[in-house]
Design a protein around this ligand. Structure first.
Ligand SMILES: [Zn+2]
Ligand SMILES: [Zn+2]
Length: 285
């Protein structure tokens, strides 16, 4: 079997970096990774417009490094929903300025997509933790802005969302209809069971953390293979192996395939067919 990681981060400044990660993942059958940018402070950069531009330069180099290891890559740049609050509370920025910065960053991402340098937007969305409602609204304004930018370009978008189950997924489903988006291209990233079951029901694209308990859950509950697995690996040495190492995720899939819990067809749908359909990448030979 060959394995895909539909959402992970790599950090060449303080972590392992894409080359090492891609090499390890490839050894365990990895063929595809969607590499998503981290907020600038993760790379020791300032949270300004220029800091974001530099973080995207690092992302591009990371995507290239993974490609050089023979992995197919989708390269995504975004403005994380937690950034708005951080800019205001830690940076003393006015909330309006923070939203304007987010939109300016998304405009720049649009240019990178137009130049063929990156493939989509990620991650944008809403905070998953409790915070003042205005930060949710601010993050949502940036999310909608990003969704429109992606729609105009047929690009993929990774949404980071709260775990509200039915209401979270219904909101995204209606937003997709309202904004006339292709539901295949709007990925509900980090969908745990609470959101996953509704994403399946409403035919949305869920990317599911491939940790052992959730892999067991999809098997036990006979969840149809209409989702993808992600490691959401942070490549942060202060949180080693969080959320899961991409190669460990592949190993678990492999172990469960060998023990007959997964079928070949099931894993092929998740790791190949769905990836090709979402990301428009060439399937492996
Ligand atoms: Zn996220
Ligand atoms: Zn992430």
């Amino acid at each position: 079997m060959i394995y895909a990681d539909a959402h992970l981060h790599t950090n060449p400044v303080s972590g392992l970096g894409a080359q090492k990660i891609a090499r390890e993942f490839s050894k365990r059958g990895g063929w595809f990774m969607a590499i998503v940018s981290l907020p600038p402070y993760h790379y020791g950069l300032s949270p300004t417009f220029e800091g974001h531009l530099k973080s995207f330069e690092l992302l591009l180099a990371e995507c290239k490094a993974a490609l050089n290891e023979g992995i197919r890559v989708s390269c995504l740049a975004g403005f994380h929903p937690a950034e708005v609050e951080r800019l205001v509370k830690k940076g003393g920025m006015d909330l309006r300025r923070a939203v304007e910065l987010g939109q300016r960053v998304i405009d720049h991402i649009a240019k990178l997509i137009d130049q063929g340098l990156i493939n989509g937007v990620g991650e944008v969305g809403r905070p998953h933790y409790k915070t003042e409602p205005e930060y949710v609204v601010a993050a949502q304004l940036i999310m909608d802005y990003a969704l429109e930018v992606a729609r105009e370009r047929g690009a993929v978008v990774h949404l980071h969302l709260e775990e509200g189950g039915f209401v979270t997924v219904l909101d995204i489903s209606r937003r997709i209809s309202r904004l006339k988006l292709d539901p295949r291209k709007v990925v509900l990233h980090h969908s745990r069971p609470r959101n996953l079951v509704h994403a399946i029901e409403m035919k949305l694209t869920a990317s599911v953390p491939g940790i052992q308990p959730i892999q067991k859950y999809v098997v036990d509950r006979k969840i149809p293979p209409r989702f993808v697995f992600e490691s959401d690996y942070l490549d942060d040495p202060s949180r080693p192996g969080s959320v899961i190492y991409p190669w460990r995720m592949a190993e678990i899939e492999d172990e469960m395939l060998r023990s007959g819990l997964y079928s070949e067809e099931y894993l092929w749908r998740i790791n190949v067919d769905n990836i090709v359909s979402i990301y428009g990448v060439e399937p492996p030979l």
